[in-house]
Design a protein. Sequence first.
Length: 236
Amino acid sequence: MQAAARIALVTGGNRGIGYEICRQLATQGLAVVLTARDAGKGKAAARVLSEAGLNVEFNRLDVTSCRSIRACVAAVAERRGRIDVLVNNAGVMADARGSHFLDSKLDTYRDTLETNLFGPLQLAQAVIPLMKANRYGRIVNLSSGLGQLSEMGSGTPAYRISKVAINALTRILAAEFKESNILTNSMCPGWVRTGMGGESAPRSPEEAADTAVWLAMLPDDGPTGGFFRDRKPIAW
Ligand SMILES: NC(=O)c1ccc[n+]([C@@H]2O[C@H](COP(=O)([O-])OP(=O)(O)OC[C@H]3O[C@@H](n4cnc5c(N)ncnc54)[C@H](OP(=O)(O)O)[C@@H]3O)[C@@H](O)[C@H]2O)c1
């Protein structure tokens, strides 16, 4: 008898790196729940993949809303019985272009953290009990080189702080849930041609998604609490 496909939930799956992560995970045989805050865009993206023969379905999810997080996880748990993989991909860079620290607004930090930190944090709180029940979980947090403390520079301060913070979340989850076979890692996709990265970025979403998909499918003795780019560890 064939083993049931692992269930993966990906945030911000309607475009960019998130869409490509959905496509690659489904190509690897996972059942993917492509989530997006805009139902029209999310359904359209999921339809393209399912019409290509991939096991992809849509569920609405705005990561800034506790209610949306609870409703989405409950709906997937009811339909599928479990969630094996969580990819916290949805992200915003809300800093004004070329902005300097002294001009930056507190609301920009708050809005950025809502999406880039509190969303992943609350999703982890909602999903981990399901993972613990199955003694299996893989959590992939999309971070950035701009969140590396060892190379910290100026510019886009709210975004940088949010990515440092999601790296801290990675370490905390890794430490707390390793014994439950829940492996949590951060990754930097590089500079990627998406809405966020712009057209001049050197990397394709296909290249960017590779490390996220690798971390989503780690064996039980794979790494946890690490920060990776191109499948290799990088400094925090
Ligand atoms: N592109 C790069 O060069 C780069 C570099 C380093 C790290 N990253 C990280 O990689 C991840 C993906 O980036 P990307 O380049 O693919 O960005 P993108 O093209 O701007 O796409 C961002 C995705 O996040 C979604 N999103 C934003 N706020 C959301 C919310 N409240 N709820 C649910 N979804 C939400 C967007 O949905 P809508 O379509 O509705 O806006 C979109 O699907 C981000 O975490 C980013 O920080 C990107």
